[in-house]
Design a protein around this ligand. Structure first.
Ligand code: G6P
Length: 498
């Protein structure tokens, strides 16, 4: 047997693709860290990207292309992609997306369940798994199988929590495939997984363990995953080397922290449309500016961010009328009840804080509920403080994009449970995301920080952020794919890394 051929175009598969086609004919860039990462990747490497059709127009476009891959221009001038959109039965997709992927798995993997109240696992949830999650995973697995037909020892990269069953479905038909799965979100400790009925949990773990390599952003998620395999699945696990033995196979578990495509982000920052937004930002600017940019997701801890700002204004009245907190939040997963409620609670808290501290010509919080990358980048360039206080977050790419383009030696406040904290914590003000007083104090400390200290930190952040790009990230993974394939072929393996 020869080692897997990693020189052919990669086959990537994820639920969300790089673009969605809107009813009005517009093509919109997909939101979220996964798309940011893979867009960078697909512009560095030749790849066919298989994804779910998520809008009616996506489904029509998929049909117009006979269900085959087609070329699209990447938004933000990032080159061309070859994408293949897979349309699933709408009811199955709804159950897959709005019941099992979000909230069920997402909440388990961010410790978001309030366990004395939820979740209840009843027929509705089990049906959603059987007739939703499994169906969509099957549809994507079938598309992968078609795509790799006729290839010897193909390489497939599967992405994220929506697709844990895909690897096993593919492996069953194509035992020779090399499967690599990257999980973009945290992996939580074993007990968090106990809310899932054992049968479903086992299927999910066995689905994922059909991969050759499983990648995470951080060493801590890797450790949690290995512990889960040991405690929940009673498998033979080598915690040091990061190897799980399943029947006669070895699964390698690795950490590959995701870099941003810093060159592409800088190109965005130089766009004329960003400059137009900057003019507005500067015209409305007070003496100080705090910025946050997030999907409106419960894990991002938006409410505590505003509560801390509220505290800060109460405890530091000298900042009245001198500071604005700009929060650009992208509405997300709004068909899920918890997300819709969260948006309402965000608006309510903003109204309270603005009412309590605002004056006729000063609104302390400027809430923008929209998805506009250019506008967000314009705010990044001019903040004095950036707040990233997620409770738990796989990586958090905003924590990298902001400091990269910021022009004011702005200070980053960074939650200690974000993946980015493993890399950037040293140059940020670390906060416990639950400690609102600490966060209020961090805002104060950031605003009073001496110029030299701000410059040292801003430089440190920029240096780390520009050390690597998604091409390096994928190269590391391909190197591991090669050495594991060689190991499978009975050749010597290079020493394992984290
Ligand atoms: C996170 C997840 C991605 C997801 C993104 C946006 O970054 O890791 O898998 O695509 O959020 O969420 P959405 O549900 O809109 O695809």
């Amino acid at each position: 047997m020869t080692a897997a051929d990693t020189t052919r175009p990669l086959v990537l598969v994820s639920n969300r693709g790089p673009v969605t086609f809107q009813d009005d004919g517009e093509m919109k860039r997909g939101t979220g860290g996964l798309v940011t990462a893979l867009t960078g990747l697909a512009s560095h490497r030749e790849a066919t990207w298989i994804a779910s059709a998520m809008t009616d127009r996506d489904t029509e476009v998929a049909q117009e292309n006979g269900g085959r891959p087609f070329a699209v221009d990447a938004p933000d001038d990032d080159g061309q992609f070859s994408i293949r959109l897979v349309a699933s039965d709408p009811q199955a997709y709804d159950a897959f997306y709005n019941v099992i992927s979000n909230p069920m798995l997402w909440f388990i993997q961010h410790y978001l369940w309030d366990l004395s109240n939820a979740p209840d696992i009843g027929r509705h949830e089990v049906d959603a798994y059987e007739h939703g999650y499994k169906v969509v995973n099957r549809d994507l697995a079938d598309a992968v199988l078609e795509e790799i037909e006729g290839q010897d020892e193909p390489v497939v990269m599967v992405h994220d929590y929506q697709l844990y069953l895909v690897p096993r479905m593919v492996r069953e038909v194509r035992p020779d495939v090399f499967l690599h799965h990257f999980v973009h979100i945290p992996w939580t400790q074993p007990d968090a997984w106990r809310v899932l009925p054992k049968r479903i949990r086992n299927e999910i773990y066995l689905g994922l363990l059909a991969n050759d390599i499983i990648g995470f952003h951080t060493r801590s998620y890797r450790r949690n995953f290995l512990q889960c395999c040991r405690d929940l699945m009673e498998l033979d696990v080598d915690m040091e080397a990061g190897i799980v033995r399943v029947e006669d196979r070895e699964v390698w578990v690795r950490a590959y922290p995701l870099p941003i495509d810093y060159a592409a982000t800088r190109r965005v920052a130089a766009r004329p449309r960003v400059a137009e937004f900057e003019e507005k930002v500067l015209a409305r600017r007070r003496e100080f500016s705090i910025v946050r940019v997030d999907r409106a997701d419960l894990s991002k801890n938006v409410l505590r961010g505003f509560t801390a700002f509220d505290l800060f204004l109460t405890q530091n009245p000298e900042f009245a009328e001198r500071i604005t907190f700009t929060a650009q939040l992208i509405p997300s997963r709004t068909d899920v009840e918890q997300y819709a409620d969260y948006l309402e609670r965000i608006e309510a808290v903003v109204a309270v804080v603005n009412h309590r501290h605002g004056t006729p010509d000063w609104m302390p919080i400027d809430l923008k509920l929209r998805d506009d990358l250019d506008e967000a980048v314009a705010s990044y360039k001019h903040y004095d403080v950036m707040m990233v206080n997620a409770m738990f977050d796989g990586m958090n790419l905003v924590a990298k994009e902001g400091p990269l383009v910021n022009e004011r030696e702005g200070v980053s406040i960074l939650g200690e449970n974000t993946g980015a904290h493993e890399e950037l914590g040293e140059f940020a003000l670390s906060v416990n995301p639950f400690d609102v007083q600490e966060l209020a104090d961090a805002i104060c400390a950031a605003l009073h920080m001496e110029g030299e200290e701000r410059a040292r930190r801003a430089k440190g952040l920029k240096e780390i952020i520009t050390q690597r790009d998604p091409g390096d990230w994928i190269d590391d993974q391909i190197a591991d794919i090669r050495s594991k394939a060689r190991a499978g072929a009975g050749q010597a393996v290079s020493p394992t890394r984290s």
